[in-house]
Design a binder for this molecule. Structure first.
Ligand code: ATP
Ligand code: FE
Length: 361
């Protein structure tokens, strides 16, 4: 059985055909990043227009590469939430057009659940596992207990880490930095941080006294902004010098983000073991989302995983960011596992609906 997956929740138009064994038969992706970098952020109507212009071609390409026609598909899976409403609408309308024309089942997909289960495309990691999603719009710590069965441990109480890194990058005008042309904000920060001195500035790690697994990045963003303002005053109009300062600020900011993420994840590990949610013999941490491609953050997570007896798994970068493959794959999981889930009901129910836990470690 083959499923076509369609993704348009943010700034990537993605489509893919995946079969039951998890083999990707064909995929295509149109990335809008270059356009949004010029305007300094995503303008939803612009993103919607770009999805409209590209969706047909992207879906056609995925089908052509796979050599599969729509009539051969078992179902069409599409991201329905969360995301930018105007963008989601394009993918949804297009897939419903196909669904009605070819009389195919429709599988509504929760974008974050799809991110969380992408790992099972390449590694048969057993449920339950701890999953950390770090992206431009989300920061979530959850236990994946089964397909469509998640226990939420914590999430950001304000902005997501990718959003914070993008804002810092914008404030530092990194898109104009000669070393960072065309890079996403977080990637530019990682690149500059490699040659920066992270000890020149110290940013306090957020929420150290909070006995839960939530995250916060907006306070940290303000602290970084303050330092940028100070540096601007000191360096005056010497733009060249300001660019070199950017490296040290990037290094210190990245370190604080990493330290915060690692500390919260450590709490989640202790909590899951203490309350027998995850067995120490079979403990795995899965990390995904665009920010998970950051090597510095990954290294910190690897260290905390090793120290606590967790295996550490991360999908390859192209599957960490938004793509059609993860949507098709999550759609397939509904076919593969005898779940008894009524797919039609999921149109309204697609969400990570889980009780919040009171955490005392
Ligand atoms: P969501 O999945 O929550 O809807 P999104 O689609 O914006 O959000 P992704 O495509 O998964 O998220 O990730 C994009 C984010 O990842 C951007 O904020 C970008 O700056 C960040 N990012 C990309 N590469 C890196 C990197 N190497 N280091 C840190 N952040 C990165
Ligand atoms: Fe995403």
């Amino acid at each position: 059985r083959l499923v076509l997956g369609i993704e348009t929740s943010c700034d990537d138009t993605g489509a893919a055909v995946v079969d039951e064994s998890g083999a990707v038969r064909g995929e295509a992706l149109h990335c809008q990043r270059e356009v949004h970098l010029k305007t300094g952020g995503i303008i939803p109507p612009v993103a919607q227009q770009l999805h409209r212009e590209n969706i047909e071609q992207v879906v056609k390409e995925a089908l052509d590469v796979s050599g599969v026609s729509v009539s051969e598909l078992a179902a069409i899976a599409t991201t329905v939430k969360p995301g930018l409403a105007l963008c989601l609408q394009v993918g949804l309308e297009y897939s419903l057009k196909l669904v009605n024309k070819y009389k195919k089942p429709f599988i509504p997909i929760h974008h974050m659940e799809a991110h969380a289960l992408t790992i099972r495309l390449i590694n048969q990691v057993e449920f339950p596992f701890l999953v950390l999603l770090l992206s431009g719009g989300h920061c979530i710590l959850a236990v994946a207990q089964g397909v469509s069965d998640f226990l939420l441990l914590g999430q950001s109480i304000d902005i997501a880490p990718g959003d914070m890194l993008d804002k810092v990058a914008r404030r530092l005008s990194l898109s104009k930095h000669p070393e960072c042309q065309g890079m996403a904000g977080g990637k530019a920060i990682e690149h500059l941080a490699r040659t920066g001195d992270r000890q020149r500035h110290t940013f306090r790690v957020p929420m150290q006294h909070y006995r839960n697994c939530d995250f916060s990045f907006s306070g940290l963003q303000n602290l970084v902004n303050k330092v940028i303002v100070e540096q601007e005053k000191e360096e005056g109009i010497l733009k060249q010098k300001l660019l070199s300062c950017a490296k040290d600020i990037a290094a210190a900011a990245q370190h604080a983000v990493a330290a915060h993420i690692v500390k919260r994840t450590h709490r989640a590990m202790l909590f899951c073991i203490k309350h027998s949610i995850i067995s120490p013999q079979n403990a795995t941490l899965v990390v995904s989302g665009g920010v998970a491609s950051n090597q510095y953050i990954r290294k910190g997570l690897q260290i905390v995983a090793d120290a606590n007896g967790f295996s550490f798994l991360c999908p390859p970068p192209r599957l960490c960011t938004d793509n059609g493959v993860m949507i098709a794959w999550y759609g397939l999981l509904f076919f593969i596992a005898p779940l008894g889930i009524d797919i039609s009901k999921r149109v309204e129910e697609a969400s990570i609906k889980v009780p919040r836990l009171k955490m005392k470690i």
